[in-house]
Ligand binder design. Structure first.
Ligand SMILES: [Zn+2]
Length: 313
């Protein structure tokens, strides 16, 4: 296996720096890749975080895996990229400095803008080697996702990966055009997305779930033996819908992330800061809370709670 011009032989672990561009200061920017190959041939799994530079939970999940040598396979190979979008990471930003989203820039081009260059490097250097991958994300600013694995269904391989990972929620989610997941799928590589918490914030529950899920996935692929058992069933979500504000003011939520709510239940209310009105927010369909907006100041139409519905609901 050769990545970034460096050969990785069976039984070797290498930390490779792939040059991708320079900052205006001429500071070189690399994509840093840790490749761990076992002596025994087997599946190749990509673990990648920080495609959106301000989504820290995935970066921390991967850091802890590396810290405890949990990325080292007994069979097969792991390719680990803790921080894919270094530009966003150092700017506390989802995007690269020109405002482009790397996850809408695939398959990218060699001589394109920054986002396009990062995407191109992944497509050229990484994707040809992999069989499967986990792409780690979080919700956007102040929107917090309950730990969940997203994949496009129906698809036998994606179902197998979801079953292996066993996240609290397994969510059927169509691929977004020009995303890493969509481009990989075209190359017949299966990447699932693990989402937890919100940008620039740690979510300890979700970090733990991410580590446990990754270890279960490695075990299910036959790459490692030990993995923590999941305590609850993974709930399969077929459709999602944001419940939006029907008034402006302060949002007072009465639901917890991950909770099941019955049709007709009040999930919170919007109150005037001057105490001259209060509007209850109720839901019309039973389902699970898969994400919440933690921002208390909201305008009419803003997203409040992301509901997930099973096939039965
Ligand atoms: Zn993201």
């Amino acid at each position: 296996m050769i990545i970034g011009g460096v050969e990785i032989k069976p039984g070797e672990e290498k930390h490779i720096k792939i040059p991708v561009a320079h900052l205006p200061s001429r500071t070189p920017i690399n994509i840093e890749v840790i490749v761990a190959r076992s002596l025994k041939d087997g599946p190749v799994l990509l673990l990648e975080g920080g495609l959106h530079g301000d989504e820290i939970n995935g970066i921390e999940i991967i850091r802890r895996l590396l810290d405890n040598d949990l990325h080292v396979p007994e069979i097969g190979t792991t390719i680990t990229i803790p921080v894919l979008n270094v530009f966003g990471f150092i700017h506390f930003s989802r995007d690269v400095p020109d405002g482009k989203d790397v996850n809408r820039s695939f398959p990218g081009s060699k001589n394109g803008s920054l986002a396009s260059k990062v995407a191109y490097t992944v497509v050229k250097e990484i994707l040809p080697h992999i069989d499967y991958g986990v792409d780690f994300h979080t919700g956007g600013a102040s929107r917090s996702n309950y730990p969940q694995l997203r994949m496009s269904l129906p698809n036998k391989t994606n179902e197998m990966l979801a079953k292996g990972f066993h996240a609290p929620f397994s969510i059927n989610s169509a691929t977004i055009p020009k995303s890493l997941r969509a481009t990989a799928a075209k190359m017949n590589k299966h990447i699932v997305v693990y989402e937890v918490g919100e940008s620039m914030r740690y979510d300890e529950l979700g970090i733990q779930e991410g580590i446990s899920g990754t270890l279960r996935l490695l075990k299910s692929l036959g790459m490692r033996r030990d993995a923590p058992k999941a305590v609850k069933d993974s709930i399969h979500i077929d459709k999602m819908k944001w419940i939006r504000a029907s008034a402006s003011g302060l949002w007072i939520s009465k639901v917890d992330n991950g909770e099941y709510v019955e049709a007709g239940e009040r999930i919170g209310y919007i109150a005037s800061p001057f105490d001259d009105y209060r509007v209850d927010i109720k839901i019309s369909k039973s389902g699970y809370v898969v994400a919440v907006n933690n921002l208390p100041v909201i305008s009419n139409g803003d997203a409040l709670v992301h509901m997930g519905y099973t096939k039965q609901s």
